[in-house]
Design a protein around this ligand. Structure first.
Ligand SMILES: [Zn+2]
Ligand SMILES: [Zn+2]
Length: 639
């Protein structure tokens, strides 16, 4: 008899060779039904695994997170079986479980599209009904290669395996080279959905053949599947690339270049409003705004150290005359040089130089994502030059600004991360111990004082100084780093920055890099996702849509209203198209315009406007002045 210790610490006597599923059934038949796989001495295994030694046994239920991966991997096999049945001659790449489901790569003789997915799903359901046992066995490499001799991809995978023996999973007419584990039979895979198909290079290498990758997702219960599909729908509806197109915010064109966004009229308004907003805030805090060119001499970036450490993320240099220029990946060096151009007294510090600066980074084309990740973007940047004793105050001021801005935008779901140096490895960092220790404890103190919820990341500081960054979570759970504050002890050294201290001596300032909205482009992407494109009145590219009922009778009054709105700086548009009223109203709704004004006989007769607010059914009639006041107030209050 073997001794098997369960998770709760209890011990069982088990005959050698007994299958785990049998042990589970003896414990409780209903428990066995909820079981997906098991952990034998910590290793995930099939329920059909025999127990051959005394061991620790843990049953993994379908409701456990580890079962999700197993179930999805089994579903990938199920799909592969269906595809092989439907499309004879199919060869198989790999089919793993991924974070939210699974995929499988195939080389299918017939080209398939998303329209073919229901057919594959139907075949999968048939196989589920057949309830085929899923069996595992081992083969020698040679035997395995013989078994898969018609599938060059599988043979390549077998060759890459380091062991002499190869694990095979088989379910009737389908077999796969696989480590498992898997559920016991196809009848246990019930709640799945195929989502999309796309091209994918064999082994992710662009020199290889393109395979068809089919994505799907599988859940333990029907309800979980339904919830997940709803989440996917919501994500699609909030995808900033889709919204950006629908609302006329930005566009891309291959002819202009990949990752180079062009801001359309509506997008430009949003950008300008955001820019004014943040620059006004900065101005109130004493920031000085500047403009610097988006090119720089390579020597500038050699001085800053970027050329040595950041070159791979930059566009290649351009040689002109005897000089070399680069598109700047960041504008810190320009600001350093600007600071250095005049003599500074301690009385002027902290000196806050700010710029909405165009930067360029070489992002791999696969990494480009709408306006979230681009090759050209604008940074809401600033460099604050201060004395070492001012670090705490400056840090506090910037943190307060971040909190203030998030409050204005109604962001509630965010995390502050304070990155500190690793005290075990001080050699790695630039600057002296005293400066690091003092500033780190000051940063901590400020965050505590402000009651900010933060966590510390030891060893995550940049080598030139500690930093704080803020990750904001969007409505669909997407985390984006918007704001950062970074102390820098090194750049002042590299650029030999100075100020004259109280004693009339030359001293070295500290530089604090900070971004509040971060990249303006990424910020708009975040806003689109967060608001689903329903911008508040103050940001809405078009605030009011005027829709005359009759193009002849109501035109003069509408023109007149439009002129009044324009004068009051209300962003209005008139729909003069010869379309049905209902169609025009629906379209204004789709464009998520905050106010729709339908202008008919009553409005003309009484000199009023009747509005409907986006997302509301009720219509309200007010005087023209009242309406203008209402919009102006919303604009001022950032509503
Ligand atoms: Zn597999
Ligand atoms: Zn900087």
């Amino acid at each position: 008899m073997l001794k098997v210790e369960l998770k709760d610490g209890s011990k069982l006597d088990v005959e050698e060779g007994k299958l785990i599923i049998e042990v589970a059934k003896e414990l409780s038949p209903s428990l066995a039904k909820k079981c997906c796989v098991a952990k034998l001495n910590g290793k995930l295994v099939d329920l059909k695994t025999p127990i051959n030694e005394s061991a620790k046994l843990e049953l993994v239920m379908y409701s456990d997170s580890e079962a999700f991966e197993v179930l999805n991997h089994s579903c990938a096999h199920l799909m592969a079986q269906a595809v092989c049945r439907l499309y004879p001659g199919t060869r198989m790449g790999v089919g793993p479980a991924i974070e939210e489901g699974f995929y499988y790569d195939f080389s299918i003789p017939t080209a398939i599209t998303n329209e073919d997915l229901p057919k594959i799903e139907a075949e999968m359901k048939k196989i589920v009904k057949e309830n085929i046992a899923i069996n595992h066995y081992m083969l020698s490499k040679a035997d395995a290669k013989n078994k898969f001799k018609d599938d060059k991809f599988k043979c390549e995978l077998i060759d890459a395996i380091n062991d002499d023996m190869v694990g095979i999973y088989e379910q009737n007419d389908y077999a796969d080279v696989c480590r498992g584990p898997h559920v016991m039979s196809t009848g246990l895979i019930k709640n799945f959905k195929l989502l999309s198909c796309a091209g994918a290079y064999w082994r992710g290498d662009s020199k290889n053949e393109v395979l068809t990758r089919i994505y799907g997702t599988c859940w333990a219960t029907e309800e979980e599947l339904k919830n997940h599909l709803a989440v996917l729908e919501e994500r699609k509806a909030r995808d900033h690339r889709k919204l950006g197109k629908e609302l006329g915010i930005f566009m891309f064109d291959e002819l202009v270049g990949r990752g180079l966004p062009m801001w359309l009229p509506n997008g430009f308004i949003v950008r300008r409003k955001l820019q004014d907003y943040i620059m006004d805030k900065e101005y109130e805090l004493g920031y000085k705004h500047v403009m610097t060119p988006c090119l720089g001499n390579v020597e500038l970036y050699k001085t800053s150290g970027h050329w040595a450490h950041y070159k791979d993320d930059m566009f290649p240099k351009m040689d002109v005359d005897e000089e070399s220029y680069v598109l700047r990946p960041m504008n810190c060096p320009h600001h350093m040089v600007m600071y250095r151009s005049t003599l500074h007294s301690y009385r002027e510090l902290p000196l806050r130089i700010a710029e909405i600066a165009a930067d360029f980074r070489f992002e791999a084309s696969g990494a480009l994502t709408g306006i979230e990740r681009t090759r050209a973007f604008y940074q809401n940047d600033s460099h604050i030059f201060c004395t070492p004793s001012q670090i705490g105050d400056v840090f506090k001021e910037v943190t307060k600004l971040i909190l203030d801005v998030y409050n204005d935008f109604g962001f509630k779901n965010y995390k502050f991360r304070l990155s500190l140096r690793d005290p075990q490895d001080v050699e790695k960092y630039f600057g002296n111990d005293e400066l690091w220790e003092r500033s780190e404890s000051e940063l901590r103190q400020v965050l505590n004082e402000l009651g900010v919820d933060y966590y510390e990341a030891i060893g995550e500081a940049a080598f030139y100084g500690p930093k704080l960054d803020v990750q904001v979570r969007s409505a669909i759970g997407h985390d984006v780093t918007l704001s950062t504050i970074q102390l820098d002890y090194q750049l002042p050294e590299r650029f030999e920055l100075e100020y004259i201290d109280e004693k009339g001596q030359k001293a070295r300032p500290v530089v604090i890099h900070r971004a509040i909205l971060g990249s303006m482009d990424r910020f708009v992407a975040f806003l689109l996702e967060e608001t689903k494109g329903i911008f508040p009145v103050w940001l809405a590219p078009v605030q009011v849509k005027l829709i005359p009922v009759n193009l002849e009778f109501h035109k003069d009054y509408t023109d007149n209203l439009f002129a009044k709105f324009k004068k009051a700086k209300i962003r209005a548009e008139v729909d003069y198209r010869d379309e049905k009223l209902g169609y025009k109203i629906r379209e204004a709704q789709m464009k998520k315009i905050p106010y729709q004004l339908v202008i008919g006989d009553n409005e003309v007769k009484n000199g009023t406007v009747t509005y409907r607010k986006y997302g509301e059914q009720q219509q309200v009639t007010v005087s023209v002045e009242e309406f203008i006041d209402m919009i102006s107030k919303a604009e001022k209050e950032m509503k």
